[in-house]
Write a protein that binds this ligand. Sequence first.
Ligand SMILES: Cc1ncc(COP(=O)(O)O)c(C=O)c1O
Length: 422
Amino acid sequence: MSDYKLGLDYAKQQDALDELSSYRQQFHIPKDKNGNELIYLCGNSLGLQPKSTKDYINQELEDWANLGVEGHTEAKNPWLPYHEFLTEATAKLVGAKPIEVVTMNSLTANLHFMMVSFYKPTKERYKIVIESDAFPSDKYAVESQLRHHGYDDKEGLILWKPRDGEELLRYEDLEAILEAHGNEIALVMIGGVNYYTGQFFDFKRITELGHSYGCKVGFDCAHGAGNVNLDLHNSGADFAVWCTYKYLNSGPGSLSGCFVHERHAYDKNLNRFTGWWSHNKQTRFNMRHEFDVLPGAEGWQLSNPPILSMAAIKASLDMFNDVGIKKLTEKSKKLTGYFEFLLKQLGEDTIRIITPENPDERGCQLSIQVLNADKKLHDKLTEAGVISDWREPDVIRCAPVPLYNSFEDVYRMVEKMKAILN
Ligand SMILES: Cc1ncc(COP(=O)(O)O)c(C=O)c1O
């Protein structure tokens, strides 16, 4: 969009025109010591709390207090099938079929469970490809899988790297990796939206490439779920995992989402770790029954899930379901484009945005490098009431989240940055 304008009036005008602006009132916005709202641009790290979350959790606390164990079947939202209440909205949000998604465990744990099923190394084909700047937990997880299967984690890991002097990854370089090593690679596992640069990858292209060489393909969508239109089913990916505490606003350390493509839904021969929650619901409590795996993503569950965390996820998903990812991404593109426009006014010799310029190749996050800056700049921004995050060596990540950030937030952030730089 090239018709952005400077000035606070323009920002206010855009907020007045924004049909999603009322959602901000549905969140608790953190305040400074004097009770003034902070400019919170950190939804890429921890999303804000919807005001409705407390009621959703209180409902379960009350049912627990009043019903004890009977709540499993008698609670207003019975706990035995509680995870099913999240299925439809989750599927819609990530572009999947209901049979393909489940909410369970934490993110890194789910990544391991997916690799139990989709990383099946052989003597000839055992390598794993990830981005060179993958989130550390993902890198540690794949390295430990290599070691677990008896392979050297340096030799077995292939890094998809940016070219010298660049930050973003090029598909041609991934193609070259597969051309050279395709028949040695068992798994391509990519952070769907890179946590550092904010680059949103073309899942379908990567999946088709990986599959054409006989590799399995999975994505970590921690920075994608609730931020971009994921279209997981059509991408053809074998699996995906994400957390719900960033863009999905479900509280610190909340549960993870998991996608397993429909073509694996009825495959009982897939290697997997199991527990009683992966067993057939009809006979689960018939304790001596032989194991009978559930079809679809539910068949990867292990344990009966934490209802209080799920209640917070339900509160958030109900809101996402109400807005829809289409409207959210439309606003997101406008808001982030406006942020980019204002940052560029600071002078391209001062500010460098390493996130892709193409709105289809990013979500709401912009990763900003400021020339000759160090963490002190970030600290000054924090003192000035802007909550963003700093990633070594020199990047400030800011995410104007379309559900609760305003054009005025973005305007004020850049004004504060300008004042600090001057
Ligand atoms: C891309 C990515 N992967 C993995 C993780 C680790 O998540 P968890 O601690 O929930 O396992 C994070 C956390 O921020 C992340 O951003």
